[in-house]
Every structure is written in C-alpha cells, then in structure tokens.
Ligand binder design. Sequence first.
Ligand code: CO8
Length: 379
Amino acid sequence: MAATLPSTGIVISGSGLWTPPNVITNAELVASYNAWVEKYNAEHAAEIASGKMEEKPTSSERFIEKASGIKSRFVYTREGILDIDRMRPKFPERKEEELSNQAEIAVYAAREAMAAAGKTAADIDAVIVACAYTQRAYPAIAIEVQNELGIEGFGFDMLLACSAATFGLHRACDSLLAGSAKCVLAVNPELVTPQVNFRDRDSHFIFGDVSTAVILERAETCTSANSYEILGTRALTKYSINIRSNFGHMSYANDVDPFGPDKLFHQSGRKVFEEVSPVAAKHMSDHLASLGLTPKDVRRFWIHQANINMNKRVMKQLLGEEPSEDVAPTILDRYANTASAGSIIAFNLYNGDLKKGDIGVICSFGAGYSVGSLVVRRR
Ligand code: CO8
C-alpha cells in the first residue's frame, strides 16, 4: 500500500436498509411456475402433439440454487405473484395525493441512513433517487422523497439498472466536490418485482425488492462515529443489448403490446456472465492501482449481488483465489438480485467491524453494461 493515499475529502457517514416483510422461497416460486406450465401444456396439448408448439419445460429449485445461489427473495407484496392466473404482483393504484410506493420505501431507508449519520432534514440539501426503474416519469420520485422528509434544496432521479446506486454515489460525491451540495441523500428504492416476467423460466427466480440509502457529506461536517472516507470513484459503461427492458413512454405510440415479454426484464444470462465478469475484475483492479493499492490491500469487498458463481469468478480473477465470506460477504442467498441495491445492502450489513484505516471497495456491475466502484477507508 502506498504510504499516502489520495482522498476526495468526501465521506459516507451513514447507510440505511429497508427489507420488505414478505418472503418467497424457491420452493414456492417453482411450485407456482410448474403449476402454470402444466396448465399451459394441457391447454396446448393438441398443438404440442402435432409439433406446432413446443412443450414448456418445468423449473427446478436445484437448478436455481446451483446456477444463482439464490434461496429466497423479499418482496413488497406476495399478492398475485404465485397466482398462476396472474403471476405478477398486485399493487392497487394510489391516488395522486398519496405517497407513491417507491417514495414510501425510499423514505424508510432514508430515515435509517439519516439516523445513522446523525443528520436531520435541515442538514441535507440534495436527494438522488438512483434505481433501475421509477414508477412514473414525473414529478421525479426524488422530489417526492425530498418533500416527504422536509428537505430544502434539490432532487433528481437517475436510472442505470444494476449500477444506479454506485453511479448515484458518484454523482453525490461530485456535487459535494463541486460545492453544489453540502450533504446528499442517495436512495435506491428497488421495486423490481413489477418488471419480473414470472412466466419466464430463465429469469423468474432472479429478483427481489428492497430499499437502501446512503448519506454523503464533506469530512468537516461529519459527526458520525462510523464513517468512510471516499478515496476515489470510477465508472465504466459499454453498450450491450444482452440485458434489456423495452418498457417506456414510446410504447403508447409504437402500436405494440405495452405489456409484452420484451417490455419486462429479459437477458442472455450466460453471455452476461461471460462478458461482464472479466470487465468487473479489471475495473476494480485498475481502480485500486490508480490509488496506489492492490486487491490484497482491501479488507472488504461489497460487490454487486446478481449471481453467486459470477461473484466468485470476479473475485477469483481479482484476488487469484476465492474470497472468504469475511472478505466478500454474500447477501443474494436471501435477498436475490435487487438490481443496484445489492452492494449497498452488503455494505450496510457488513461494515461495522472494520477498523480505522481498513480499505473497502463498493462495486456494482450489470446492464448497460455498466461498472461503478468506490474505494473507501474507514475513519
Ligand atoms: N430450471 C431448470 N433449468 C433451467 C432453468 C430453470 N429455471 N432455467 C434455465 N434452465 C436450463 C436451461 O434450459 C439450460 O439447459 P440446457 O443446458 O439443457 O440447454 C441449463 O439450465 C443452463 O442454462 P443457462 O446456461 O442459461 O444457465 P446459467 O448457468 O447461465 O444460469 C443465470 C442462468 C442464473 C441467469 C446466469 O446466467 C446468470 O445469473 N448470469 C448473470 C446474469 C446477470 O447477472 N444479470 C444481471 C441482470 S440484473 C441487472 O443488470 C439489473 C437489471 C434491472 C433490474 C431488473 C429487475 C426486474
């Protein structure tokens, strides 16, 4: 490790996590999927027998756990997801005067992060809502969150799929460095189950809902007993159509089914696995080197949580060996893939034991493709 490390002078002074109260296990998900497949195949028995249609294969708990490491996921609501005549969550539409579902979960995590950082609304002057989807186009969810918390200043939404949270932290850090904000609340209300195709065998098991939040400020204003100095941030994007959702405002004018399968999450999972893993490992290695650090100098990696095998591969490429849970904790077994929030959940749950001077890396990777990292040091 270099004797003197560079620093941005910006700190993470607190984080928050809202975990939904509802769980769906792999067994429940597979039972529902397979019941739907059985019904589908029975309804199309004649076309399948004549070769006009292919029989749909069943899903399996064994495959899901082996291929992804996911055992269960938290969901905002279970209602509708396992019902084979619906297979999507049921969210009663709220009145325009009511708090939106996404702002509601953003506020839960935000309040926890503010308490951890010892901040009140009066201390904060910027809100970034960074996540894979926002439930409406405008007004920005961030402005609703700002209003609900009583924060003066400005707020905006930012979409970048799996890297939204880290890129949101980058924007927060840049705003603090530029002096356009003095204390930023960056929130990730990942309400993703409405975009999961629960009738797609390849991806019906991948996602869960969650909300995370982080407070960033200048070191001079930080009073938190548990804070992390940001040594540097690094971002990379490279266009790929291998993870995609075509849902958007153009659907109304496209004369297509606005709820068709391509409007939901879909991916070529194997290609993503092969293409993104080496990029993520190189990204972290290059980022650390630019700061005078090596992967071995890092006490803990809080990395994106999409797939256990992918995480192991990225970390093995980086460290030359598989990391222990202590070095790179896993949360996806119980949370599944929570879009951009995975690395922040890991940070929230597993940072309290680090000692002054310990180095950590927060890193996300996924759709875009995109990779975002922050190298931090415990204060
Ligand atoms: N049950 C049983 N068998 C199955 C199932 C299933 N459910 N699904 C597939 N199989 C079979 C296949 O048919 C195939 O059979 P065969 O060998 O006979 O052809 C076999 O299993 C192997 O299939 P795959 O090669 O596809 O399986 P993998 O080992 O690659 O595992 C994964 C599939 C788990 C999807 C894996 O490829 C993966 O996780 N890849 C990484 C993808 C990733 O991380 N993507 C990130 C996406 S998230 C993101 O960027 C944020 C987007 C915004 C959030 C959206 C929220 C809705």
